[in-house]
Design a protein around this ligand. Structure first.
Ligand SMILES: Cc1ncc(CN)c(N)n1
Length: 223
């Protein structure tokens, strides 16, 4: 018997071009090819620290929505709680990494693309945004990083050794498994969602893809 095509699979096929634009961005390719401009990496590091701080309340809101909105026989709350815990670790990692690269986190000013992405996250915190829609954003945000950084760890990559740890953080198999758990949550929710919610969720995925591309562009731009 053929496996059923899930909603996320349909979307990824339909929006392949945009998706590849986010996961195979020139910034990521420059890490993978070993010719990354270290000042671009430092820009990304400082800006992403600010993004991750704004990501925490968003993920907490997804957790609340999971608690209230899913029947949770499937353990959504535990999976998302694992994500919150990982973010705690991630923030410590950013601090350590910033120290290593001489990036002063306290003086980082969020750039326009970052501000707009953080504002978008904030809009998703609203209780009016359905659990399914917020969960799609969450899955997409985590998965784009997973696929991007996993690309830098492939056998034929020339990623500089000093950036391997960064790539490992999101490109690892365990982070990949976590993203798969998020995808299963999303597909289960989408199965029972109304057409209206499915339409909103797909639009949200597209907005995430655009914000991710803008975020990479911001870091990659040579000054
Ligand atoms: C911009 C961005 N997108 C995704 C992630 C992965 N949490 C991140 N740290 N930063």
């Amino acid at each position: 018997m053929q496996a059923k095509i899930t909603v996320t699979e349909t979307w990824l096929r339909k929006h392949r071009h945009l998706y590849d634009g986010a996961t195979r961005h020139p910034f990521i390719r420059s890490i993978r090819d070993g010719n990354i401009d270290i000042s671009a990496f430092k820009t990304w590091l400082g800006q992403d620290y600010i993004f991750v701080r704004a990501f925490v309340p968003f993920v907490a809101s997804v957790l609340t929505k999971a608690y209230k909105g899913s029947d949770d026989g499937n353990g959504d709350v535990e999976v998302i709680l694992g994500g919150v815990a990982a973010l705690h670790d991630e923030i410590s990692w950013f601090k350590k990494e910033a120290f290593k690269w001489g990036v002063q986190l306290s003086s980082i000013v969020p750039q326009k693309a970052n501000q707009e992405y953080c504002r978008f996250l904030e809009s998703l915190i609203s209780p009016e945004v359905e659990y399914t829609v917020a969960a799609v954003a969450f899955w997409a945000i985590e998965t784009i990083y997973q696929e991007s950084f996993a690309h830098c760890l492939e056998d034929d990559s020339k990623t500089p050794p000093e950036l391997k740890e960064t790539c490992q953080r999101w490109g690892s198999e365990s982070f990949g498994e976590y993203c798969n758990s998020l995808r299963n949550i999303v597909d289960r929710q989408l199965e029972k969602a109304s057409d209206d919610v499915i339409t909103k969720a797909e639009a949200t995925l597209l907005r995430v893809l655009e914000h991710e591309v803008d975020f990479w562009n911001m870091s990659h731009r040579r000054t």
